[in-house]
Design a protein around this ligand. Structure first.
Ligand code: GDP
Length: 201
């Protein structure tokens, strides 16, 4: 089915719904890939680059949407989901609790979920949130693709070394991994290919 995709398939995602409670989740019968990452790793920039739209993922940053699972639909049966970024200082505990619960529910129960794109900053990879996500993926048998964003901030040698170190650190985990720069457009085709494989193959 990948062969039959329109050439500009990745440009066709549109904002569908922000989900703040599990009752609002779309019917769990199709295919979706979720993007996760701590705040400020460049998750919105990575999504925008992959879908080749300057502002699509900005929707997730509008007031009121930062704690939601934001659905972008390709054709009403195929979605990418922008998960809330961790690390927002100004969230009170009950809210944090509700959204952690929603996220946990989502990661544990969602049958439509084909895999997670975990965005990390190549200079500061695999913090606690990332480790927790790795564990979730392992425990729930979820496919994982790690995007090392901001690779433009390192020399080629240091970026390669960082990638080798991370591969070593996660050698027991079944994950694919790639270099990326939302700023320079590095790694975009690899990411699109992975996304297409999970959404359409
Ligand atoms: P989010 O909070 O994870 O969604 O992050 P944003 O997409 O808002 O990006 C956070 C900051 O990192 C912004 O200032 C971006 O311009 C910057 N940024 C994002 N991706 C890159 C990248 O690949 N390289 C560089 N140098 N900066 C980036």
């Amino acid at each position: 089915m990948i062969d039959e995709l329109p050439e500009d398939w990745y440009r066709r995602f549109e904002f569908k719904i922000g989900v703040a409670s599990k009752e609002q989740l779309p019917v769990d019968a199709y295919r979706e890939v979720a993007f996760a990452g701590r705040s400020n790793v460049g998750k919105s920039s990575v999504i925008n680059k992959i879908v080749s739209r300057r502002n699509l993922a900005r929707t997730s940053k509008s007031p009121g949407r930062t704690r939601e699972l934001n659905y972008f639909s390709y054709d009403e049966k195929t979605f990418i989901v922008d998960l809330p970024g961790y690390g927002y200082a100004k969230v009170d505990n009950p809210t944090k609790h509700a959204w952690t619960k929603l996220l946990n529910h989502y990661l544990e129960e969602r049958s439509s979920l084909r895999g997670i794109f975990l965005i990390v900053d190549i200079r500061h990879p695999l913090k606690n949130f990332d480790q927790a996500m790795l564990e979730y993926c392992g425990a729930n048998n979820l496919a994982l693709h790690i995007i090392l964003n901001k690779s433009d901030k390192l020399s080629i040698n240091n970026a390669n070394k960082a990638m080798t170190d991370i591969k070593e650190e996660i050698r027991e985990i079944d994950a694919s991994i790639q270099m990326f720069s939302a700023l320079k457009g590095i790694g975009v085709e690899i990411a699109r290919h992975k996304l297409a494989e999970w959404l359409f193959d």
